[in-house]
Design a protein around this ligand. Sequence first.
Ligand SMILES: [Zn+2]
Length: 636
Amino acid sequence: MTLQNGSVISTHSCSSTADKNNSLRWDLTPEEITHQTQRLIQRIKQAYDTVGSVDIGKVCFENTLQVIADAKADYAASRHVLDFPQYVSPCKEVRLASTEADKRLSDFDVEVSMRVDMFQRLIALQEKQSGDLLPESERFLGRLIKLGKRNGLHLSKDMQEEIKSISKQISELSIDFNQNLNEENTMLLFSQQELVGLAESYVNGLEKTEDGRYKVTLAYPHYFPLMKRCHVPETRRKMEMAFHSRCKDSVSPIMEVDGNHSFESQKTYTNKTKLNPAARDDTLMLFISFFTSDSPQCPNCPERVLNSRRVTRVTRRLSNIYQDVLGLRFQRVEDALVWHDSVRLYSVLDSVTGEEIGQFYLDLHPREGKYGHAACFGLQPGCLGADGKRRIPVAAMVANFTKPTSSWPSLLQHHEVETFFHEFGHVMHELCSRTRYAEFSGTQVETDFVEVPSQMLENWVWEKEPLRRMSRHYKDGSPIPDGLLDKLIASRVANTGLMNLRQIVLSKADQTLHTKDRADTAAEFAKHSEDILGIPATPGTNMAASFSHLAGGYDGQYYSYLWSEVYSMDIFFSRFKKEGILNPKVGREYRRVVLEAGGSVDGMDMLKTFLGREPCQDAFFQCKGLTQTFTEQTWH
Ligand SMILES: [Zn+2]
């Protein structure tokens, strides 16, 4: 997952290295957040007023597009200092102030998106000067005009007012939705007997009550291992019930208000921003028929593999792989002042030139009030500043991996390593981009292309050599034996049918909720689960209430996770797998063609350049085990 609308927390900026290139602050008080939000709105409004007041006969690049570009670059970085703390600040008051700031800024975003004065001047610029602009400037101008038309700026005043009012309501409800999810803190208590089957490391990592019972939260590192390994059905039943009831009472009404507007305008909008319109119902049904008819079964139980051998020190070893493949070097920024003691800041250098190309924060373990999933937050866009100098991109990876305790180190399980690779792929997308405009920096690509680079990089955790390099036995440091590695890799296609059908259930539920005038969210999810997966939802629960992708930018486009695999698998198997998964030449080319371009080039054009042909779906079906050509020979 990647979020482009994270709010900014205030962090103190730190060492001299960070001071020079990273001006983000994470130490703001709630009052400062409120005050700075107001000042930011004033500053940006003033810039846009200037554009809106240009004599329409005198518009030129410098007095319109350049002013907007500079304002957007300033706004993006300044906004995240105010709206990101809602996800990560350890202080509840700061989180609340940040959430409020996000609401005010989102309202402001809607106001800006509805400015007819700017729209008219951009149209005038396009008519007058379009052919003289640099390709990226022309793309930027075209994008602003397209967005203006989607907001109805060429329609009647009444229509514009209605769109504005609905957009504001949707953005406020989306923020409430996410805030409820972040603040979710249900805890269940179990005796030792009720936790039979769970690993010692799991039980030792749990806090206890005074009467000796164990505290189990619904955070991923608690929920997933328990559901997989606990031998007591009643314990699993209680957890499943609680997990799928998260935010049921607080969020369901929010979604139903949202549903009142049916997201119809949103749907029309998002459908037009798709990279490729192939993921309509008929495509989803095609996937369904494949997965139901031919789900491969794996003879090896992945849990046994993972139980016996966990992965340690993976973050360092993992980052070595990224550094080698993409031609980068990471350096820890010592004494960086961050939003929590456990957060680390790293500087990213080009391994050949030594130039600093970006910085990233790692915030990896759960804590109360923190964002509950794994995501990459772009915090400062990489683009040209108002002075014409390049500003480095800054991003944060926020996740919830198993926390180390005094008696147990933080050992990452294989699925956690996969999540790490995925989110770190988004971080690399953010950091490697070298666009002119903030609008196209990093992951600001077509929404259904955004998962392609991160999914592509997940492939490394299913390959022998990288797995060997990133893992050791946590006690004696010995490498993973070959036999165990083979079993782990073979387990990739275990339950493929189930996992992919679940993605289709979620995609269908997402599209349904975004296109109906009014919907019973629990019933919609239950219907798709029963129809597609053949598994009824637990009565009394509402999975949709904690389905974070329903709001916050993905609206109606959850399908892109599955759809992106078509492209990401094509990239991996057609280039990396053929020419060497650790081949720095291919990695460098990938960095240049796909990552550096950000959103300044169509995703489809990048694919054609990198692949040397039109993309195709063969690799996708092969990796799911759905074709006869899925053999060792094809893979090696
Ligand atoms: Zn993602």
